[in-house]
Ligand binder design. Sequence first.
Ligand code: SAH
Length: 229
Amino acid sequence: MIIGLMGAMQEEIEPLLKFFKEYETVDYADNKYYIAKYKDNDIVIAYSKIGKVYASLTATIMIEKFKIEKLLFSGVAGAINNDLHIGDLIVATALCQHDLDITAFGHPYGYVPEGKIYYKADETLIKIAIDIAKEKGIKLKEGIIATGDQFVANKEKKEWIRKKFKADALEMEGASVAVVAYSLRVPFFILRAISDAADMDAGFDFDEFLKSSAKNSADFLISMLDKIK
Ligand code: SAH
């Protein structure tokens, strides 16, 4: 099988590249794609750069050019749900775009005609994650992740996103990867470790915890590889 492992920032894929050690690098569309082997699987790794547009581009390329058959995303996020603390893992059951707004025409937030507000992640991959978390005694929350092209460092904004979308965490790529993978019929999985609480201190916390949280998320993703069939 060909499995795609994706992040948004260099720091998010660094632990993956370290784990695979040997890989081939392919330059394509202003980005780098790293091709590795793991047991019987081919692995394609890339970080997209931040935001929905770059994430959509990278997810599309992984699927259309590199022919990945499953897409797993690993990275960091801001917490909305008070159960989530820095370093904790959240797996998205569904994802939405909190900054998508044509409400002027009577549509709900996050919706455009012929689209959906929520895109559901692959249940089999989620189940694998839950089983591993149980086995290893790791705290793993299941919840809704809201995506938008904004770094949220504001309590009111975060509260608004919680209310409108019942979201548990927020970040800047997940939902766009979800739309691409859903449209191209590739099972996808989005995992995030909390780097900040999307509040006043978010910028400071993010810088301090990016590396350690990114590693938590990447290490968990690696532990899933043996179980993906
Ligand atoms: N410090 C970086 C910018 C980081 S943007 C720089 O200067 O280049 C935040 C990244 O982490 C995004 O990829 C996003 O998906 C995730 N993220 C973590 N906390 C977030 C928050 N509070 N709001 C939005 N995205 C967040």
